[in-house]
Design a protein around this ligand. Structure first.
Ligand SMILES: Nc1ncnc2c1ncn2[C@@H]1O[C@H](COP(=O)(O)OP(=O)(O)O)[C@@H](O)[C@H]1O
Ligand SMILES: [Mg+2]
Length: 440
Protein backbone atom coordinates (compact mmCIF):
# COMPACT_ATOMS: atom_id res chain seq x y z
CA UNK A 1 0.00 0.00 0.00
CA UNK A 2 1.23 3.42 -0.87
CA UNK A 3 -0.36 6.27 1.05
CA UNK A 4 0.49 8.70 -1.78
CA UNK A 5 -1.76 6.82 -4.16
CA UNK A 6 -5.51 6.91 -3.67
CA UNK A 7 -6.42 4.45 -0.96
CA UNK A 8 -9.11 1.93 -1.84
CA UNK A 9 -11.76 0.87 0.68
CA UNK A 10 -14.30 -1.89 0.21
CA UNK A 11 -17.66 -1.53 1.96
CA UNK A 12 -19.59 -4.77 2.38
CA UNK A 13 -23.19 -4.27 3.52
CA UNK A 14 -26.59 -5.56 2.50
CA UNK A 15 -28.29 -2.35 3.58
CA UNK A 16 -28.36 0.19 0.71
CA UNK A 17 -28.92 3.13 3.05
CA UNK A 18 -25.82 2.29 5.06
CA UNK A 19 -23.81 1.87 1.89
CA UNK A 20 -24.97 5.19 0.57
CA UNK A 21 -24.12 7.12 3.72
CA UNK A 22 -20.69 5.55 4.05
CA UNK A 23 -19.94 5.78 0.35
CA UNK A 24 -20.62 9.49 0.21
CA UNK A 25 -18.71 10.55 3.24
CA UNK A 26 -15.69 8.29 2.54
CA UNK A 27 -15.53 9.47 -1.04
CA UNK A 28 -15.61 13.04 0.26
CA UNK A 29 -12.80 12.11 2.63
CA UNK A 30 -10.68 11.33 -0.44
CA UNK A 31 -10.88 7.53 -0.65
CA UNK A 32 -11.61 5.40 -3.64
CA UNK A 33 -14.62 3.37 -2.51
CA UNK A 34 -15.78 -0.04 -3.77
CA UNK A 35 -19.02 -1.63 -2.70
CA UNK A 36 -20.24 -5.22 -2.26
CA UNK A 37 -23.77 -6.11 -1.23
CA UNK A 38 -22.98 -9.41 0.50
CA UNK A 39 -20.16 -11.80 1.48
CA UNK A 40 -20.09 -13.65 -1.84
CA UNK A 41 -19.96 -10.39 -3.78
CA UNK A 42 -17.17 -9.16 -1.51
CA UNK A 43 -15.00 -12.25 -2.15
CA UNK A 44 -15.46 -11.75 -5.90
CA UNK A 45 -14.53 -8.05 -5.73
CA UNK A 46 -11.43 -8.78 -3.67
CA UNK A 47 -10.28 -11.25 -6.32
CA UNK A 48 -10.39 -8.54 -8.96
CA UNK A 49 -8.57 -5.88 -6.97
CA UNK A 50 -7.28 -6.07 -3.42
CA UNK A 51 -8.45 -3.06 -1.40
CA UNK A 52 -6.37 -1.45 1.32
CA UNK A 53 -9.06 -1.99 3.98
CA UNK A 54 -12.50 -3.62 4.25
CA UNK A 55 -15.51 -2.37 6.21
CA UNK A 56 -17.53 -5.51 6.76
CA UNK A 57 -21.12 -5.81 7.97
CA UNK A 58 -21.71 -8.75 10.29
CA UNK A 59 -25.34 -9.67 9.64
CA UNK A 60 -25.90 -10.37 5.95
CA UNK A 61 -27.91 -12.96 4.07
CA UNK A 62 -25.89 -15.93 2.69
CA UNK A 63 -22.30 -15.81 3.89
CA UNK A 64 -22.35 -13.52 6.91
CA UNK A 65 -19.55 -11.15 7.93
CA UNK A 66 -17.80 -13.63 10.26
CA UNK A 67 -17.74 -16.29 7.55
CA UNK A 68 -16.46 -13.82 4.97
CA UNK A 69 -13.75 -12.73 7.37
CA UNK A 70 -12.70 -16.35 7.97
CA UNK A 71 -12.46 -17.01 4.21
CA UNK A 72 -10.32 -13.97 3.69
CA UNK A 73 -8.00 -14.68 6.61
CA UNK A 74 -7.48 -18.26 5.49
CA UNK A 75 -6.08 -17.06 2.19
CA UNK A 76 -2.42 -15.96 2.61
CA UNK A 77 -2.94 -13.39 -0.14
CA UNK A 78 -5.49 -11.50 2.01
CA UNK A 79 -4.22 -12.49 5.38
CA UNK A 80 -2.83 -9.08 6.23
CA UNK A 81 -5.75 -7.12 4.80
CA UNK A 82 -7.20 -5.01 7.64
CA UNK A 83 -10.90 -5.73 8.25
CA UNK A 84 -13.15 -3.56 10.40
CA UNK A 85 -16.49 -5.02 11.39
CA UNK A 86 -19.59 -2.86 11.30
CA UNK A 87 -22.18 -4.15 13.68
CA UNK A 88 -25.31 -3.29 15.50
CA UNK A 89 -24.44 -6.16 17.79
CA UNK A 90 -22.93 -4.24 20.64
CA UNK A 91 -22.50 -7.26 22.93
CA UNK A 92 -19.03 -8.30 23.95
CA UNK A 93 -19.39 -11.88 22.72
CA UNK A 94 -19.78 -10.79 19.10
CA UNK A 95 -17.02 -8.21 19.29
CA UNK A 96 -14.66 -10.82 20.67
CA UNK A 97 -15.69 -13.31 18.00
CA UNK A 98 -14.95 -10.77 15.26
CA UNK A 99 -11.58 -9.85 16.68
CA UNK A 100 -10.64 -13.49 17.23
CA UNK A 101 -11.33 -14.16 13.54
CA UNK A 102 -8.63 -11.66 12.68
CA UNK A 103 -10.52 -8.39 12.34
CA UNK A 104 -8.51 -5.38 13.48
CA UNK A 105 -11.40 -3.39 14.89
CA UNK A 106 -15.17 -2.92 14.93
CA UNK A 107 -17.49 0.03 14.73
CA UNK A 108 -21.04 0.03 16.01
CA UNK A 109 -24.04 1.28 14.15
CA UNK A 110 -25.32 3.96 14.01
CA UNK A 111 -21.98 5.44 12.85
CA UNK A 112 -20.23 8.51 14.12
CA UNK A 113 -18.57 9.65 10.90
CA UNK A 114 -15.49 11.16 12.61
CA UNK A 115 -14.97 7.96 14.58
CA UNK A 116 -15.21 5.81 11.46
CA UNK A 117 -12.71 8.02 9.68
CA UNK A 118 -10.33 8.06 12.63
CA UNK A 119 -10.41 4.26 12.92
CA UNK A 120 -9.91 3.76 9.19
CA UNK A 121 -6.93 6.11 9.16
CA UNK A 122 -5.48 4.51 12.26
CA UNK A 123 -5.65 1.02 10.76
CA UNK A 124 -4.35 2.10 7.39
CA UNK A 125 -1.41 3.66 9.19
CA UNK A 126 -0.89 0.56 11.33
CA UNK A 127 -1.04 -1.64 8.26
CA UNK A 128 1.50 0.54 6.51
CA UNK A 129 3.80 0.45 9.54
CA UNK A 130 3.40 -3.30 9.85
CA UNK A 131 4.44 -3.80 6.24
CA UNK A 132 7.36 -1.45 6.69
CA UNK A 133 8.37 -3.35 9.81
CA UNK A 134 8.12 -6.65 7.97
CA UNK A 135 10.33 -5.30 5.18
CA UNK A 136 12.83 -3.99 7.71
CA UNK A 137 12.79 -7.31 9.53
CA UNK A 138 13.47 -9.09 6.30
CA UNK A 139 16.35 -6.75 5.55
CA UNK A 140 17.59 -7.27 9.09
CA UNK A 141 17.48 -11.00 8.74
CA UNK A 142 19.36 -10.68 5.43
CA UNK A 143 21.99 -8.59 7.17
CA UNK A 144 22.05 -11.09 9.99
CA UNK A 145 22.72 -13.90 7.54
CA UNK A 146 25.49 -11.85 5.97
CA UNK A 147 26.89 -11.14 9.41
CA UNK A 148 26.77 -14.79 10.36
CA UNK A 149 28.64 -15.64 7.18
CA UNK A 150 31.21 -13.00 8.03
CA UNK A 151 31.60 -14.42 11.53
CA UNK A 152 32.05 -17.89 10.05
CA UNK A 153 34.65 -16.59 7.60
CA UNK A 154 36.45 -14.71 10.32
CA UNK A 155 36.34 -17.73 12.64
CA UNK A 156 37.89 -19.95 10.02
CA UNK A 157 40.52 -17.27 9.36
CA UNK A 158 41.21 -17.19 13.08
CA UNK A 159 41.40 -20.98 13.20
CA UNK A 160 43.97 -20.84 10.42
CA UNK A 161 45.86 -18.11 12.21
CA UNK A 162 45.70 -20.18 15.36
CA UNK A 163 47.14 -23.26 13.72
CA UNK A 164 49.80 -21.05 12.22
CA UNK A 165 50.56 -19.74 15.69
CA UNK A 166 50.65 -23.30 16.99
CA UNK A 167 53.11 -24.15 14.29
CA UNK A 168 55.14 -21.10 15.21
CA UNK A 169 55.19 -22.13 18.85
CA UNK A 170 56.12 -25.64 17.80
CA UNK A 171 58.94 -24.27 15.76
CA UNK A 172 60.03 -22.20 18.69
CA UNK A 173 60.05 -25.28 20.95
CA UNK A 174 62.02 -27.03 18.26
CA UNK A 175 64.27 -24.03 18.19
CA UNK A 176 64.87 -24.54 21.93
CA UNK A 177 65.46 -28.22 21.33
CA UNK A 178 67.98 -27.52 18.63
CA UNK A 179 69.57 -24.80 20.71
CA UNK A 180 69.89 -27.32 23.55
CA UNK A 181 71.42 -29.99 21.37
CA UNK A 182 73.66 -27.54 19.59
CA UNK A 183 74.81 -26.26 22.93
CA UNK A 184 75.55 -29.73 24.28
CA UNK A 185 77.29 -30.90 21.12
CA UNK A 186 79.06 -27.73 20.13
CA UNK A 187 81.03 -27.39 23.35
CA UNK A 188 82.87 -30.72 23.19
CA UNK A 189 83.21 -30.40 19.42
CA UNK A 190 84.87 -27.03 19.75
CA UNK A 191 87.41 -28.52 22.24
CA UNK A 192 88.21 -31.19 19.72
CA UNK A 193 88.40 -28.81 16.79
CA UNK A 194 90.59 -26.38 18.75
CA UNK A 195 92.89 -29.12 20.06
CA UNK A 196 93.19 -30.81 16.70
CA UNK A 197 94.79 -27.68 15.27
CA UNK A 198 97.35 -27.68 18.10
CA UNK A 199 97.85 -31.42 17.77
CA UNK A 200 98.62 -30.99 14.09
CA UNK A 201 101.17 -28.24 14.83
CA UNK A 202 102.81 -30.20 17.67
CA UNK A 203 103.01 -33.31 15.55
CA UNK A 204 104.60 -31.40 12.72
CA UNK A 205 107.11 -29.84 15.14
CA UNK A 206 108.03 -33.24 16.58
CA UNK A 207 108.42 -34.75 13.12
CA UNK A 208 110.62 -31.84 12.06
CA UNK A 209 112.72 -32.33 15.17
CA UNK A 210 113.19 -36.05 14.46
CA UNK A 211 114.17 -35.22 10.90
CA UNK A 212 116.76 -32.76 12.24
CA UNK A 213 118.20 -35.49 14.49
CA UNK A 214 118.37 -37.82 11.51
CA UNK A 215 120.18 -35.17 9.52
CA UNK A 216 122.84 -34.48 12.15
CA UNK A 217 123.04 -38.00 13.59
CA UNK A 218 122.57 -40.27 10.59
CA UNK A 219 124.07 -43.20 12.59
CA UNK A 220 121.88 -43.51 15.69
CA UNK A 221 122.58 -45.86 18.59
CA UNK A 222 121.37 -49.44 18.10
CA UNK A 223 118.51 -49.04 20.55
CA UNK A 224 117.21 -45.99 18.68
CA UNK A 225 117.59 -47.73 15.32
CA UNK A 226 115.66 -50.72 16.64
CA UNK A 227 112.89 -48.51 17.99
CA UNK A 228 112.65 -46.64 14.67
CA UNK A 229 112.21 -49.91 12.89
CA UNK A 230 109.71 -51.20 15.43
CA UNK A 231 107.44 -48.16 15.21
CA UNK A 232 107.92 -47.87 11.42
CA UNK A 233 108.87 -44.24 11.78
CA UNK A 234 108.46 -43.33 8.08
CA UNK A 235 104.97 -44.83 7.96
CA UNK A 236 104.01 -43.31 11.32
CA UNK A 237 105.14 -39.85 10.19
CA UNK A 238 102.96 -40.02 7.10
CA UNK A 239 100.01 -41.67 8.83
CA UNK A 240 99.95 -39.25 11.74
CA UNK A 241 99.06 -36.35 9.46
CA UNK A 242 96.39 -38.41 7.71
CA UNK A 243 94.97 -39.39 11.07
CA UNK A 244 94.53 -35.79 12.05
CA UNK A 245 92.90 -35.00 8.73
CA UNK A 246 90.42 -37.82 9.25
CA UNK A 247 89.68 -36.65 12.79
CA UNK A 248 88.94 -33.25 11.34
CA UNK A 249 86.54 -34.76 8.85
CA UNK A 250 84.98 -36.74 11.74
CA UNK A 251 84.17 -33.57 13.62
CA UNK A 252 82.69 -32.15 10.44
CA UNK A 253 80.50 -35.24 10.26
CA UNK A 254 79.22 -34.74 13.82
CA UNK A 255 78.22 -31.21 12.87
CA UNK A 256 76.36 -32.64 9.89
CA UNK A 257 74.56 -35.12 12.14
CA UNK A 258 73.43 -32.32 14.43
CA UNK A 259 72.16 -30.55 11.34
CA UNK A 260 70.15 -33.59 10.23
CA UNK A 261 68.70 -33.95 13.74
CA UNK A 262 67.37 -30.46 13.31
CA UNK A 263 65.70 -31.55 10.10
CA UNK A 264 64.45 -34.78 11.60
CA UNK A 265 62.88 -33.14 14.61
CA UNK A 266 60.48 -31.34 12.28
CA UNK A 267 58.85 -34.53 11.10
CA UNK A 268 56.02 -35.40 13.49
CA UNK A 269 54.10 -38.65 13.70
CA UNK A 270 50.50 -38.19 12.55
CA UNK A 271 49.18 -41.35 14.18
CA UNK A 272 48.97 -42.29 17.86
CA UNK A 273 51.56 -44.79 19.04
CA UNK A 274 52.42 -46.48 22.34
CA UNK A 275 54.90 -44.32 24.17
CA UNK A 276 56.77 -44.40 27.45
CA UNK A 277 56.12 -40.96 28.94
CA UNK A 278 59.23 -41.21 31.15
CA UNK A 279 61.34 -41.31 28.00
CA UNK A 280 59.55 -38.19 26.81
CA UNK A 281 60.12 -36.42 30.14
CA UNK A 282 63.78 -37.45 30.27
CA UNK A 283 64.51 -36.39 26.70
CA UNK A 284 62.81 -33.05 27.35
CA UNK A 285 64.95 -32.58 30.47
CA UNK A 286 68.05 -33.38 28.44
CA UNK A 287 67.11 -30.74 25.91
CA UNK A 288 66.52 -28.25 28.71
CA UNK A 289 69.80 -29.20 30.43
CA UNK A 290 71.50 -26.01 29.33
CA UNK A 291 68.80 -24.02 31.14
CA UNK A 292 68.97 -26.13 34.31
CA UNK A 293 72.73 -25.88 34.74
CA UNK A 294 74.35 -23.55 37.28
CA UNK A 295 75.29 -20.10 36.05
CA UNK A 296 76.83 -16.93 37.42
CA UNK A 297 73.64 -15.92 39.23
CA UNK A 298 72.37 -19.18 40.64
CA UNK A 299 73.27 -22.80 41.35
CA UNK A 300 71.80 -25.53 39.14
CA UNK A 301 68.05 -26.05 39.32
CA UNK A 302 67.35 -29.33 41.10
CA UNK A 303 65.12 -31.77 39.29
CA UNK A 304 63.46 -34.40 41.44
CA UNK A 305 61.87 -37.27 39.58
CA UNK A 306 59.25 -39.31 41.36
CA UNK A 307 58.35 -41.68 38.57
CA UNK A 308 55.65 -44.21 39.24
CA UNK A 309 55.10 -47.47 37.43
CA UNK A 310 53.48 -46.32 34.20
CA UNK A 311 52.29 -48.41 31.27
CA UNK A 312 52.94 -47.08 27.78
CA UNK A 313 50.09 -44.89 26.60
CA UNK A 314 48.53 -44.28 23.18
CA UNK A 315 49.55 -40.79 22.14
CA UNK A 316 51.34 -38.43 19.81
CA UNK A 317 54.77 -38.48 21.48
CA UNK A 318 56.06 -35.34 19.76
CA UNK A 319 53.05 -33.38 20.93
CA UNK A 320 53.26 -34.60 24.52
CA UNK A 321 56.97 -33.78 24.57
CA UNK A 322 55.93 -30.31 23.54
CA UNK A 323 53.54 -30.15 26.52
CA UNK A 324 56.35 -31.25 28.87
CA UNK A 325 58.66 -28.72 27.26
CA UNK A 326 56.11 -25.91 27.73
CA UNK A 327 55.39 -26.83 31.36
CA UNK A 328 59.03 -27.35 32.33
CA UNK A 329 60.27 -24.21 30.62
CA UNK A 330 57.50 -22.24 32.37
CA UNK A 331 58.72 -23.80 35.62
CA UNK A 332 62.29 -22.71 34.88
CA UNK A 333 61.06 -19.20 34.02
CA UNK A 334 59.11 -19.15 37.31
CA UNK A 335 62.03 -20.17 39.54
CA UNK A 336 64.34 -17.76 37.72
CA UNK A 337 61.83 -14.96 38.23
CA UNK A 338 61.78 -15.85 41.93
CA UNK A 339 65.59 -15.55 42.02
CA UNK A 340 65.43 -11.90 41.09
CA UNK A 341 67.29 -9.92 43.76
CA UNK A 342 68.22 -13.05 45.77
CA UNK A 343 71.90 -13.87 46.37
CA UNK A 344 73.63 -17.03 45.15
CA UNK A 345 74.12 -18.19 48.74
CA UNK A 346 70.48 -17.61 49.64
CA UNK A 347 69.35 -19.58 46.60
CA UNK A 348 71.79 -22.34 47.56
CA UNK A 349 70.20 -22.50 51.01
CA UNK A 350 66.74 -22.77 49.49
CA UNK A 351 67.38 -24.27 46.08
CA UNK A 352 65.34 -23.86 42.92
CA UNK A 353 63.48 -27.04 42.36
CA UNK A 354 61.33 -28.78 39.77
CA UNK A 355 59.50 -31.91 40.83
CA UNK A 356 58.16 -34.31 38.23
CA UNK A 357 55.83 -36.95 39.55
CA UNK A 358 54.01 -39.60 37.56
CA UNK A 359 51.46 -42.12 38.69
CA UNK A 360 48.86 -44.56 37.55
CA UNK A 361 45.43 -43.50 38.77
CA UNK A 362 43.81 -46.28 40.77
CA UNK A 363 40.22 -45.76 39.71
CA UNK A 364 40.42 -44.98 36.02
CA UNK A 365 42.51 -46.30 33.16
CA UNK A 366 44.42 -43.03 33.30
CA UNK A 367 47.80 -41.71 34.31
CA UNK A 368 48.74 -38.43 35.95
CA UNK A 369 51.82 -36.29 35.49
CA UNK A 370 52.47 -33.57 38.05
CA UNK A 371 55.01 -30.85 37.32
CA UNK A 372 55.66 -28.65 40.30
CA UNK A 373 58.01 -25.72 40.85
CA UNK A 374 58.93 -23.48 43.78
CA UNK A 375 58.92 -20.36 41.62
CA UNK A 376 57.03 -17.07 41.82
CA UNK A 377 53.55 -18.63 41.77
CA UNK A 378 50.44 -17.16 40.15
CA UNK A 379 47.85 -14.77 41.56
CA UNK A 380 44.23 -16.01 41.33
CA UNK A 381 43.17 -13.29 38.81
CA UNK A 382 46.06 -14.24 36.52
CA UNK A 383 45.43 -17.93 37.03
CA UNK A 384 42.01 -17.57 35.40
CA UNK A 385 43.67 -16.47 32.17
CA UNK A 386 46.84 -18.53 31.83
CA UNK A 387 45.33 -21.00 29.34
CA UNK A 388 44.06 -18.20 27.07
CA UNK A 389 45.68 -17.77 23.70
CA UNK A 390 48.31 -15.05 23.69
CA UNK A 391 48.06 -14.44 27.44
CA UNK A 392 51.49 -13.78 28.86
CA UNK A 393 52.93 -11.87 31.79
CA UNK A 394 56.42 -12.12 30.36
CA UNK A 395 58.27 -9.40 28.54
CA UNK A 396 58.25 -9.23 24.75
CA UNK A 397 60.68 -11.72 23.30
CA UNK A 398 60.50 -13.97 26.38
CA UNK A 399 56.85 -14.99 26.35
CA UNK A 400 54.49 -15.80 23.50
CA UNK A 401 51.43 -16.63 25.62
CA UNK A 402 50.93 -19.80 23.60
CA UNK A 403 52.62 -22.46 25.71
CA UNK A 404 49.70 -23.33 27.97
CA UNK A 405 47.00 -22.75 25.35
CA UNK A 406 48.79 -25.25 23.14
CA UNK A 407 49.37 -27.60 26.07
CA UNK A 408 45.63 -27.57 26.80
CA UNK A 409 44.76 -28.15 23.17
CA UNK A 410 47.14 -31.09 22.93
CA UNK A 411 46.10 -32.66 26.24
CA UNK A 412 42.35 -32.08 26.04
CA UNK A 413 41.45 -31.93 22.35
CA UNK A 414 44.06 -34.28 20.90
CA UNK A 415 44.30 -36.79 23.75
CA UNK A 416 40.99 -36.54 25.65
CA UNK A 417 42.79 -35.71 28.90
CA UNK A 418 42.71 -32.78 31.28
CA UNK A 419 45.20 -30.19 32.44
CA UNK A 420 44.76 -28.09 35.56
CA UNK A 421 46.83 -25.66 37.53
CA UNK A 422 46.99 -24.82 41.20
CA UNK A 423 49.29 -22.18 42.54
CA UNK A 424 50.06 -19.92 45.44
CA UNK A 425 51.67 -16.56 44.86
CA UNK A 426 55.24 -16.62 46.17
CA UNK A 427 55.26 -20.34 46.87
CA UNK A 428 55.07 -22.16 43.59
CA UNK A 429 52.88 -23.75 40.98
CA UNK A 430 51.70 -27.20 40.14
CA UNK A 431 50.31 -28.48 36.84
CA UNK A 432 48.43 -31.76 36.75
CA UNK A 433 48.02 -33.52 33.46
CA UNK A 434 45.71 -36.51 33.30
CA UNK A 435 45.82 -38.71 30.20
CA UNK A 436 43.87 -41.81 29.25
CA UNK A 437 46.05 -44.87 28.73
CA UNK A 438 44.11 -45.97 25.69
CA UNK A 439 43.01 -43.52 23.03
CA UNK A 440 39.27 -43.33 22.45
N1 LIG B 1 54.95 -22.45 36.44
C1 LIG B 1 54.47 -21.21 36.39
N2 LIG B 1 54.69 -20.34 37.40
C2 LIG B 1 54.20 -19.09 37.35
N3 LIG B 1 53.49 -18.58 36.33
C3 LIG B 1 53.25 -19.39 35.28
C4 LIG B 1 53.72 -20.74 35.25
N4 LIG B 1 53.31 -21.31 34.10
C5 LIG B 1 52.62 -20.34 33.44
N5 LIG B 1 52.58 -19.20 34.13
C6 LIG B 1 51.88 -17.95 33.76
O1 LIG B 1 51.06 -18.23 32.66
C7 LIG B 1 51.37 -17.37 31.57
C8 LIG B 1 51.11 -18.09 30.28
O2 LIG B 1 52.03 -19.14 30.10
P1 LIG B 1 52.33 -19.64 28.61
O3 LIG B 1 51.03 -19.92 27.95
O4 LIG B 1 53.33 -20.74 28.68
O5 LIG B 1 52.93 -18.37 27.91
P2 LIG B 1 54.38 -17.70 28.12
O6 LIG B 1 55.23 -18.65 28.90
O7 LIG B 1 54.87 -17.48 26.74
O8 LIG B 1 54.11 -16.42 28.85
C9 LIG B 1 52.80 -16.96 31.81
O9 LIG B 1 53.08 -15.73 31.21
C10 LIG B 1 52.84 -16.88 33.33
O10 LIG B 1 52.31 -15.67 33.78
MG1 LIG C 1 55.48 -20.64 28.32
Amino acid sequence: MNLDQQTTLLIVDDNPTNIKVLFNFLKNAGFRVLVAKDGKDALKKVEVAIPDLILLDVMMPGIDGFETCRFLKENPQYHDLPIIFMTALADTKNKVKGLSLGAVDYITKPFQQEEVLARINLHLQLCFLRKELAEKNERLSELNTQLEQKVLDRTSQLAKLQSQLILNEKMSSLGQLVAGIAHEINNPISFIVGNLTHAEEYAQDLINLIQLYQKYYPEPATEIAEKMAAIELDYLTKDFCQLITSMQSGTKRILQISHSMRTFSRADLNKKVKFNLHEGLDSTLLILKHRLKANRNRPAIEVKKKYGNLPEIDCYPGQLNQVFMNLLSNGIDAVEAANCGVSFAEIQANPNCLIIETKLLPTEPEIMIIIRDNGIGIEPEVQAKIFDYLFTTKEVGKGTGLGLAIAREIVEDKHGGTIACSSKKGEGTEFRVILPIQSS
